[in-house]
Design a binder for this molecule. Sequence first.
Ligand SMILES: Cc1ncc(COP(=O)(O)O)c(C=O)c1O
Length: 389
Amino acid sequence: MMKKYTGLSTRCVHSGELADAQGSPHTPLYNTTTFAFSSTADLLDVVEGRKPGNLYTRYGLNPTIRSLEEKLAAIEESEAALAFSSGMAAEAALFLTHGKQGIICIGDAYGGTLELLSSQLPSLGITTNFLLGNEVEQLPALLKKSASLVFFETPTNPALEIFNIRQLSEIAHANGALVAVDNTFASPVNQRPLALGADFVVHSATKYLGGHSDITAGALLGAQSLLEPVRGWRKNLGQMIAPETAFLLARSVRTLVLRVERQNITAAAIAHAMQSHPRVARVLYPGLPDFPNHAIAAEQMTGFGGMLTIDIGETREATSKIVDKFRLFAIAPSLGGVESLATQPVTTTHHGLSAEERHRRGITDGMIRLSVGLEEATDLIADLHQALA
Ligand SMILES: Cc1ncc(COP(=O)(O)O)c(C=O)c1O
C-alpha cells in the first residue's frame, strides 16, 4: 500500500521507493527481463492478476519500472501511471485506446503530436479535428459531431498559450468525451491537470521530469480503469521504458521540485529583463501580468515555468544571426534540462509548416524560444544582451 505524503518534494523523494534487503535507500536497478517464481501456483497468481508481482519487463512487471510508476502517480496525484519509452509512445498509446471515436486537438502542439494526429491516425480511420486558441467556442458543436477525446497542451509550444483546463474539461465531459492534457511544459510542480478535471496527463518525461537531457521517456497518468486498456497497447506495441531509463528517471524526479522552482525564478527574471530591451518586440511568458490569459494561468498554475519566447519582430535570417551569437544558451530543440537552450521555432518545431499555417498559428520569424536551465540568471541575461547587441 502506497504511503501518502502531503508535500510534493517528499513525494518526489520517497513515493514508490522499494524497501531493499541490501539497505539501498532507493529502488535499485533491476536490469532483468524475466523473473523466477518458487512454484507454478505463484506464477499463475501474477499472470492471472491475483497478486501484484514481477514477471516480464516488456509488460512493465519489473520492480524498477513499477516503483517509478508509483512515484509518478504520487507526484501528479493520480490513481495510476504508465511509463513509456518516449512521450510520443505515451500519446500514441493513449490515442489508439481512447481516441477511436475521434480526437479534437486544441491549440498548438508539439510537431510530432500534430503529425500523428493530422496524418498517421487518420490513415487508420481515426477522425481528428483541430481548433486553434481563437476557435475554442466551436468545441461544443464539434464534440456533438462525435469525438471521444479532447487533447491540448497548456502552456503551448512555442507561444505559451494558456487554456482553461477546468472549463474545457467541463465542456468535454458534458458531451461525453475524455480530456488529456500534455503537462510537459508546466511539469507537476507548476500544474496538476487531474485535480482541475482532466482525465489524463501525458508527459514527455524527456523534458522536466528527466531534467538532464540524458533520458528519453514518457508517462501517462489517470484512473486505473482508464489506463488498464492502454497497458495492453503498450505491451504489444513494445513501448515499455527500459529499466535503466526508469532508474535514471526516478533519480531525476527526486530533485524535480528544486530544479523547476529555480527555473521558474530565472525565467521570470529573464522575461522582465527582456521586456525592457529595445530590440525585443514581445515577451511571451504566462507570468507577465499583461500576457493574454495570465489570469487563468495564475488560477490554475502554482508557478509559471521555465519556458519563454521572445519575439524580436525581425526576419528569420536576422533572428538566426542573434541565435548564432549565443555563448551560454545552446542552439538546440528540446527543453527542461539543466542547461539553457534556444531554438527558433521556424527552423525546428514548426519548420515543416507552410508560411500561411505558421501565420495562422501565430508563429513568427522573429520568435526565439528559450528553455531556461539552472545557470545564474545574471549570466543568462548577459548572454541575451550580448547576442541582441
Ligand atoms: C510538449 C511535448 N509533448 C510531447 C513531446 C514528445 O516527447 P518525446 O520526444 O519524449 O517523445 C514533446 C517533445 O519535444 C513535447 O515538447
